[in-house]
Design a protein around this ligand. Sequence first.
Ligand SMILES: C[S@@+](CC[C@H](N)C(=O)[O-])C[C@H]1O[C@@H](n2cnc3c(N)ncnc32)[C@H](O)[C@@H]1O
Length: 496
Amino acid sequence: MTLHVSSPFPPVAALEQWRARYPKFGAALDRGGSPPSALRYLGLSLWQDGAVPEAVEALEAAAGLAPDDAALLADLGALRSFSGRKADALNAFIASLERDPSRIQVWLGVAGLCNEIGDKDAAENAYVAALELEPASVDACTGLGLIYIERGRFEDAVRLLSGAVARGVESGAVHACLGQSLYLIGRFAEARTALAVAAQAFPGEVTIIRRYAGAAFAAAAIESTVEAAIDAYRAAAGAYAEDTLAACRSAFQALCGFGHGEAALRLGEAILAMVPDDPIIPFHLDALRGRAHERASRGYVAACFDRYAENFDRHLVEILHYRLPETLRTLLEAAGRRFPRILDLGCGTGLSAAGLATVGDELVGVDLSARMLEKAKARNLYARLVEDDAIAFLDANGAPFDLIVALEMIIYLGDLSALFAGAARNLRPGGLFAFSFEAGAGRAHALSPCGRFVHNPTYVEGLWSGNFDCLFAQQTTIRLEANRPVAGRLVLLRKK
Ligand SMILES: C[S@@+](CC[C@H](N)C(=O)[O-])C[C@H]1O[C@@H](n2cnc3c(N)ncnc32)[C@H](O)[C@@H]1O
């Protein structure tokens, strides 16, 4: 905990003045109360009457007279927190705990405030301390569970919350957090059970009900037929059901993501029966069946990312923890040179553009998805945006670049020889090529059941060694997939 008591309590006005202002205070003194306890009583009753500033004044005056009274400091913390003075509230709570660490409400107060001000470590520690005092505390379980969920520690959340349920904690909030965590690690049947309790506890809560219905769909799709899964979804979602196709697509993604290949195959075929010309599902079905492809087709990429464009930035950055554009920016800034012409291949919504603009002058973006390009255009950082295939662009382009970037694009290409040859052709000598890829052992490139290409690093290295020197090649977590880190490489090459 980093906060300290920053200012002394205000000087205490003469008790006679308090007596004159508040007959209640005088009466408490006359009943034999000590001045601090009479001020505390006054403060709490003023708070109850809604006179918050006056209540704060009285409790602060009381704390000035009795600075070691842990209960009084706890009240002051609660009141300051209520009046929005978060840092001051924390100071009072911490002072209270230093004097007496056995009050769970004070630990919960600290946890809540630390959470609000973004000090998640301190919040976590405070919830843990609260749970040590009262292992069945619903507030502490849900508070800590939510922090685990927020930090992507779903297994920890499941352990904590299922432990609480096993100890007899009966709370809709605990079941909601547990169900959410179970869903996010792909344990759909258990998620369904927990979320059924939560949905009953919060009958109008759309997010919980939809999550329950999603878990019911995925669990039934694994256990039974697609028809039974759709029925289970509708029964769980009730009035909040989305249209069947949208629900099928969400379940399909969840099943693919968590490796439930057989159920995903059955569902994918059912979706294809509903939409025979769907541009996305056939490629995923091939990926699930282990069929080889040289690359993802232009139509597949464009359809996929047109659909994804609206939520892409939020999903990739907040949910999948995608940080490559920032890492690349740091690398390029450290290189200490300028790049007059930069090509951003598969630029998407332009997540890299801000970083590239700090080291470059003319920024050109190429992407197959028109909707992604619209988002990139809105950043006003690209001199030119071209709706085209990366390889086709490299084949046709005549004006060389000083830096070519391809972040999270190579996963849509299997054979990379045309890309590396094209990059070498389109770079000036000494120009840089920065790219990421998902690394896997085995074949040169393989299509994963999730529909992305994984490349063997030895294969990739073999492609660059003729035309490029390697300046940097780092193993890194590219993003999360099914809430687990995806291992890959970030590479920076220099054209010979
Ligand atoms: C995962 S996004 C990454 C976007 C961006 N590079 C970033 O790091 O935020 C992949 C992007 O590559 C584009 N893409 C995939 N294959 C492509 C290809 N062959 N030619 C052009 N764009 C492609 C997709 O449309 C999508 O916008």
